[in-house]
Design a protein around this ligand. Sequence first.
Ligand code: PNS
Length: 162
Amino acid sequence: MSTAICPGSFDPVTYGHIDIIKRASKIFDKVIVAVLVNVAKDPWFTIEERKELLRKSVGDIPNIEIAGFDGLLVDFAAKYNADVIVKGLRAVSDFEYEFQMALTNNKLNSEIETVFLTTSAENMYLSSSIVKQVGILGGDISPFVPKCVQDEIIQRIRQRRN
Ligand code: PNS
Protein backbone atom coordinates (compact mmCIF):
# COMPACT_ATOMS: atom_id res chain seq x y z
CA MET A 1 0.00 0.00 0.00
CA SER A 2 1.38 3.41 -0.97
CA THR A 3 1.06 6.13 1.63
CA ALA A 4 1.91 9.71 0.74
CA ILE A 5 2.08 12.84 2.82
CA CYS A 6 0.84 16.23 1.62
CA PRO A 7 2.63 18.58 4.01
CA GLY A 8 2.18 22.30 4.39
CA SER A 9 1.41 25.21 6.64
CA PHE A 10 -2.18 25.39 5.33
CA ASP A 11 -2.65 28.77 7.02
CA PRO A 12 -5.38 28.49 5.83
CA VAL A 13 -6.16 25.92 3.12
CA THR A 14 -6.88 27.35 -0.35
CA TYR A 15 -8.34 25.91 -3.57
CA GLY A 16 -4.72 25.45 -4.69
CA HIS A 17 -4.03 23.06 -1.79
CA ILE A 18 -7.37 21.31 -2.31
CA ASP A 19 -6.52 20.65 -5.96
CA ILE A 20 -3.18 19.03 -5.03
CA ILE A 21 -4.73 16.95 -2.21
CA LYS A 22 -7.53 15.68 -4.50
CA ARG A 23 -5.10 14.74 -7.25
CA ALA A 24 -2.73 13.02 -4.80
CA SER A 25 -5.66 11.00 -3.42
CA LYS A 26 -6.22 9.56 -6.91
CA ILE A 27 -2.58 8.47 -7.24
CA PHE A 28 -1.83 7.02 -3.80
CA ASP A 29 -3.76 4.48 -1.71
CA LYS A 30 -3.64 6.74 1.31
CA VAL A 31 -2.81 10.44 1.67
CA ILE A 32 -2.04 12.03 4.99
CA VAL A 33 -2.48 15.80 4.94
CA ALA A 34 0.02 17.06 7.48
CA VAL A 35 -0.27 20.49 9.05
CA LEU A 36 3.30 21.32 10.03
CA VAL A 37 5.24 24.24 11.43
CA ASN A 38 7.11 26.47 8.99
CA VAL A 39 9.48 28.36 11.27
CA ALA A 40 9.77 31.15 8.69
CA LYS A 41 6.05 31.96 8.93
CA ASP A 42 3.94 33.65 11.57
CA PRO A 43 0.63 31.76 11.40
CA TRP A 44 -2.85 33.24 11.81
CA PHE A 45 -4.43 29.94 12.78
CA THR A 46 -3.41 27.28 15.31
CA ILE A 47 -2.58 23.79 14.03
CA GLU A 48 -5.95 22.57 15.40
CA GLU A 49 -7.84 25.37 13.60
CA ARG A 50 -6.02 24.63 10.35
CA LYS A 51 -6.84 20.92 10.71
CA GLU A 52 -10.49 21.74 11.28
CA LEU A 53 -10.64 23.90 8.11
CA LEU A 54 -8.98 21.08 6.17
CA ARG A 55 -11.52 18.60 7.59
CA LYS A 56 -14.36 20.82 6.39
CA SER A 57 -12.74 21.31 2.97
CA VAL A 58 -11.45 17.83 2.06
CA GLY A 59 -12.69 15.59 4.88
CA ASP A 60 -15.12 13.84 2.50
CA ILE A 61 -12.31 12.23 0.47
CA PRO A 62 -12.30 8.61 1.70
CA ASN A 63 -8.56 7.83 1.53
CA ILE A 64 -7.25 10.90 3.28
CA GLU A 65 -6.36 11.54 6.89
CA ILE A 66 -5.65 14.94 8.43
CA ALA A 67 -2.99 15.28 11.09
CA GLY A 68 -0.79 17.88 12.75
CA PHE A 69 2.77 17.71 13.99
CA ASP A 70 5.25 20.21 15.41
CA GLY A 71 8.45 18.33 14.56
CA LEU A 72 10.36 17.34 11.45
CA LEU A 73 8.46 16.20 8.38
CA VAL A 74 10.72 13.14 8.00
CA ASP A 75 9.90 12.06 11.59
CA PHE A 76 6.21 12.48 10.85
CA ALA A 77 6.61 10.40 7.67
CA ALA A 78 8.38 7.61 9.60
CA LYS A 79 5.65 7.62 12.26
CA TYR A 80 2.98 7.12 9.58
CA ASN A 81 5.02 4.67 7.45
CA ALA A 82 4.84 7.03 4.50
CA ASP A 83 7.54 6.91 1.85
CA VAL A 84 6.44 9.72 -0.45
CA ILE A 85 6.05 13.45 0.13
CA VAL A 86 3.75 15.20 -2.36
CA LYS A 87 4.13 18.91 -2.95
CA GLY A 88 2.55 21.29 -5.43
CA LEU A 89 4.81 23.37 -7.66
CA ARG A 90 3.27 26.61 -8.79
CA ALA A 91 5.99 28.40 -10.68
CA VAL A 92 9.73 28.67 -11.17
CA SER A 93 9.78 30.86 -8.07
CA ASP A 94 8.73 27.84 -5.94
CA PHE A 95 11.38 25.61 -7.37
CA GLU A 96 14.50 26.66 -5.48
CA TYR A 97 12.81 26.51 -2.06
CA GLU A 98 11.06 23.21 -2.80
CA PHE A 99 14.24 21.71 -4.24
CA GLN A 100 16.13 22.70 -1.08
CA MET A 101 13.46 21.12 1.16
CA ALA A 102 13.30 17.94 -0.92
CA LEU A 103 17.09 17.47 -0.78
CA THR A 104 17.22 18.23 2.96
CA ASN A 105 14.45 15.73 3.68
CA ASN A 106 16.16 13.11 1.53
CA LYS A 107 19.43 13.71 3.39
CA LEU A 108 17.63 13.32 6.73
CA ASN A 109 15.91 10.13 5.56
CA SER A 110 16.98 8.64 2.23
CA GLU A 111 13.96 6.27 2.18
CA ILE A 112 11.62 9.20 1.57
CA GLU A 113 11.08 10.55 -1.93
CA THR A 114 9.51 13.88 -2.82
CA VAL A 115 7.13 13.99 -5.78
CA PHE A 116 5.99 17.28 -7.29
CA LEU A 117 2.62 17.87 -8.91
CA THR A 118 2.34 20.96 -11.07
CA THR A 119 -0.56 23.13 -9.93
CA SER A 120 -3.51 23.59 -12.22
CA ALA A 121 -3.21 26.72 -14.35
CA GLU A 122 -6.02 28.50 -12.50
CA ASN A 123 -4.15 28.13 -9.20
CA MET A 124 -0.72 29.22 -10.42
CA TYR A 125 -0.79 32.50 -8.51
CA LEU A 126 -2.59 31.34 -5.38
CA SER A 127 -1.11 31.27 -1.88
CA SER A 128 -2.51 31.58 1.64
CA SER A 129 -0.51 34.80 2.14
CA ILE A 130 -1.97 36.40 -0.99
CA VAL A 131 -5.51 35.45 0.08
CA LYS A 132 -4.99 36.95 3.55
CA GLN A 133 -3.56 40.10 1.98
CA VAL A 134 -6.57 40.49 -0.35
CA GLY A 135 -8.87 39.94 2.66
CA ILE A 136 -7.08 42.55 4.80
CA LEU A 137 -7.49 45.09 2.02
CA GLY A 138 -11.21 44.37 1.68
CA GLY A 139 -11.10 42.35 -1.56
CA ASP A 140 -13.37 39.42 -2.43
CA ILE A 141 -11.62 36.17 -1.42
CA SER A 142 -14.46 33.85 -2.45
CA PRO A 143 -12.69 32.71 -5.68
CA PHE A 144 -9.71 31.48 -3.68
CA VAL A 145 -11.02 29.56 -0.65
CA PRO A 146 -14.12 27.56 0.38
CA LYS A 147 -16.90 29.47 2.19
CA CYS A 148 -15.98 28.08 5.63
CA VAL A 149 -12.37 29.31 5.20
CA GLN A 150 -13.56 32.66 3.86
CA ASP A 151 -15.68 33.18 7.01
CA GLU A 152 -12.76 32.33 9.31
CA ILE A 153 -10.38 34.69 7.49
CA ILE A 154 -12.88 37.56 7.68
CA GLN A 155 -13.46 36.88 11.38
CA ARG A 156 -9.69 36.77 12.01
CA ILE A 157 -9.21 40.08 10.18
CA ARG A 158 -11.91 41.69 12.37
CA GLN A 159 -10.23 40.32 15.54
CA ARG A 160 -6.85 41.60 14.42
CA ARG A 161 -8.30 45.08 13.84
CA ASN A 162 -9.74 45.26 17.40
O1 PNS B 1 3.14 25.42 3.07
P1 PNS B 1 4.61 25.61 3.36
O2 PNS B 1 4.82 26.68 4.42
O3 PNS B 1 5.42 25.87 2.12
O4 PNS B 1 5.13 24.23 3.96
C1 PNS B 1 6.43 24.09 4.45
C2 PNS B 1 6.51 22.93 5.44
C3 PNS B 1 5.55 23.17 6.60
C4 PNS B 1 6.14 21.65 4.72
C5 PNS B 1 7.99 22.86 5.95
O5 PNS B 1 8.33 24.04 6.59
C6 PNS B 1 8.20 21.67 6.88
O6 PNS B 1 8.42 20.56 6.43
N1 PNS B 1 8.12 21.90 8.23
C7 PNS B 1 8.31 20.87 9.21
C8 PNS B 1 9.69 20.97 9.86
C9 PNS B 1 10.75 20.39 8.96
O7 PNS B 1 10.78 19.20 8.70
N2 PNS B 1 11.63 21.26 8.48
C10 PNS B 1 12.69 20.86 7.58
C11 PNS B 1 12.19 20.72 6.16
S1 PNS B 1 13.41 21.21 5.08
